[in-house]
Design a protein around this ligand. Structure first.
Ligand code: FAD
Length: 624
């Protein structure tokens, strides 16, 4: 049957990509349908209940800066918050939260249910309605046809999903959920390049059977960090500690003796797994010289005894999983509540997508999340937001939008995927970004919220909060730049006591703040100096970071401006790419084949990185 209402945008899949896509499209005023297998699993975390971490929290904050849900849901569901790399520079600092699985999911569902313009429907999508290379809608497995201007596919690990526990296999999208086979077959018939990837999860444990006296306690940070720019500590539920356990040589012996019963090592699994989140059998095999690996024993929530042992993801058979767990100090009597498993699934080569995440072969069809070869909730959510935004813009006949690599990790993620593709599950790291110092987690709102507002993604509440913060930063920067400290005054004496050095001439407060030994608190209120210190951590953090890193930030900005200025620079026909120092062979071959006319054209060739464009520019200058 044809459903009577037409939609502007149809999103398939209510995971992390699908929920952000549906919310973004609806926030932009488009009539949006979210079609998902099961309403109870909206926003479900398939693996560990944690959001953020290095590179990933940058994405969460960018989603948040663009009005998305993940950051707020984390503040509403987070039961342990920490800042990683707290002692390192701000570019690599990252917030990580352990989430209560049930509370996180409830927060996402509540945001979806209360979002104007959004309709939710529980059914499996079985087919796409395609007409002349343009998608026109979706048909469910029971034959209900929904028509829409654009469609966003966010089906995660479900396409052709096969679950492995030892040498046992079953079909599934993740434990307890059906696979998406009809849709997988339909997509395989379209001209996309498709391949298989795999990922895995550890067995879960019953806390009543764990001896915590042998584990090291790891409490959250105090004061508790906050994830969303609109979040606050008052939103957090009760906080809990995680614990640390260790594998030992006995654990490793058990694993090595039974590798032939692992589907990965016996050749049953063909898909490639995430290199940076390997299974315990991978770790023991690859790092044979290590006698112990850390395991973080993380609570799954406030109202459950289940624990997530982070670090022993495995697809070994259940009897071996039990031996592995019970060989670990503190877990000798542990009961496994759910076995660990690996899952293999179809993903589509992201090089078949445009920057907007629209597919190159079927107009108005967008892909986001794990279907594009990524792993992680944050990577999925960020793509979902972008795809939902562009699906909505397509429905409104507007040009696509995406952030550049120097504007957002989301820009880096999408550019990496569509230009280079991926052979293994792609996850975000700060090292993937060329302009790390500009793309900090603390300034995602300053980078993106104004654009988000123009795009129609940011509501009034967020815009007001952001504008107040931005203006307060500006005012305080102006005060510090206009306020002088004279030598031989009480203010100078106070600073002298602090630094052990007397001030020998007058200084602006902004210059003093650049000194490594002085903090904002040291210079903000000094005797006899006018003006009051700002009492807002988010504002003072920005004022301090902007002052201390201004030199480096300016240098990165110059580099970006220089590249932009030279985009029209011609690349002469006579240019011998093989003689350009610093170009990789792969990029060299691509340039020889494509023979771009300008630097801008070179930069758009799939796989030609900004670093390679910089190398070309230097070479051209030397030639002159
Ligand atoms: P999903 O979260 O998988 O959501 C897909 C949604 O689409 C589901 O709601 C599903 O019901 C729905 N759906 C699918 N097909 C249809 C259809 N035909 N019709 C209607 N609805 C449909 N990430 C990490 O970062 N680290 C890890 O260690 C890790 N381990 C993992 C282990 C396992 C076993 C699994 C399954 C995943 C793991 N992940 C891990 C990945 C993480 O879960 C995903 O990256 C993330 O959930 C992807 O989000 P998504 O929105 O793309 O897809």
């Amino acid at each position: 049957m044809n459903y009577p209402d037409r939609f502007d945008v149809i999103v398939i899949g209510g995971g992390h990509a699908g929920t952000e896509a549906a919310l973004a499209s609806a926030r932009m005023g488009c009539q949006t349908l979210l079609l998902t297998h099961n309403i109870e699993t909206l926003g479900q975390m398939s693996c560990n209940p944690a959001i953020g971490g290095i590179g990933k929290s940058h994405l969460v904050k960018e989603i948040d800066a663009l009005g998305g849900a993940m950051g707020l849901a984390t503040d509403l569901g987070g039961i342990q918050f920490r800042v990683l790399n707290a002692r390192k520079g701000p570019a690599v600092r990252a917030t990580r939260a352990q989430a209560d699985r049930v509370r996180y999911k409830a927060a996402i569902r509540s945001m979806l249910e209360n979002q104007p313009n959004l309709t939710i429907f529980q059914q499996a999508a079985g087919d796409l309605i395609v007409d002349n290379d343009t998608v026109r809608g979706v048909e469910t497995e029971t034959g209900i046809r929904f028509h829409g201007e654009s469609v966003v596919l966010c089906t995660g690990t479900f396409l052709g999903g096969v679950i492995h526990i030892g040498l046992n296999q079953s079909r599934g999208g993740r434990a307890g959920d059906p696979p998406s086979n009809a849709l997988a077959e339909r997509l395989r018939a379209l001209p996309f390049r498709v391949d298989r990837l795999k990922t895995g999860t550890p067995p879960r444990l019953d806390a009543k059977t764990v001896d915590f006296s042998h584990l090291e306690e790891q409490p959250g940070d105090s004061p508790t960090p906050v994830m969303s720019y609109l979040g606050n500590r008052g939103m957090h539920p009760r906080q809990m500690s995680c614990h640390i356990a260790h594998t030992n040589t006995q654990t490793h012996d058990i694993i090595l003796k039974n590798l032939d019963r692992s589907p990965m090592y016996s050749g049953v699994i063909e898909g490639i797994g995430p290199r940076y989140c390997p299974s315990i059998e991978d770790k023991v095999h690859r790092f044979a010289d290590k006698s112990s690996h850390q395991i973080f024993i993380e609570p799954e929530g406030l109202d459950t005894n289940e624990l997530y042992p982070n670090g022993i993801s495995t697809s070994l058979p259940f009897d071996i999983q039990l031996q592995v767990v019970r060989s670990i100090k503190g877990l000798e009597n542990a009961h496994i509540t759910r076995p660990g498993y690996a899952i293999e699934y179809d993903f589509f080569d992201p090089r078949d997508l445009k920057h907007s995440l629209e597919t190159k072969f079927i107009h108005n069809l967008f892909f986001a999340g794990q279907i594009n070869g990524t792993t992680g909730y944050e990577e999925a959510g960020a793509q979902g937001l972008l795809a939902g935004l562009n699906a909505a813009r397509r429905a409104k006949a507007l040009e696509a939008w995406w952030p550049r690599r120097d504007e957002a990790y989301l820009g880096v993620l999408v550019d990496d995927l569509i230009t280079m593709g991926t052979k293994e599950p792609y996850r975000m790291f700060t090292s993937r970004a060329e302009y790390r110092l500009l793309l900090r987690e603390d300034n995602a709102d300053l980078r993106l919220t104004e654009t988000g507002r123009e795009l129609g993604l940011v509501n009034e509440t967020r815009w007001d909060a952001f504008s107040q913060k931005r203006d307060a930063i500006e005012r305080e920067n102006q005060r510090l730049a206009a306020t002088w400290v004279q030598p031989n005054t009480p203010a100078a004496e106070r600073l002298g006591e602090k630094t052990g050095k007397a001030l020998t001439r007058e200084y602006r407060l902004s210059d003093l703040l650049r000194r490594p030994e002085l903090t904002y608190a040291d210079i903000a209120t000094l005797p006899g100096i006018e003006g009051e210190a700002v009492d807002n951590d988010a504002v003072t953090e920005q004022v301090q970071i902007q002052a201390k890193y201004q030199g480096y930030i300016d240098r990165q900005q110059d580099e970006i401006d220089k590249l932009k200025r030279h985009e029209a620079t011609p690349l002469p026909d006579s240019l011998d790419y093989q003689r350009v120092e610093g170009l990789s062979n792969e990029i060299c071959q691509k340039l020889i084949e494509a023979r771009p006319a300008t630097l801008a054209q070179a930069a758009r060739i799939s796989g030609v990185t900004p670093a390679a464009v910089s190398v070309l520019l230097i070479h051209l200058k030397k030639r002159r």
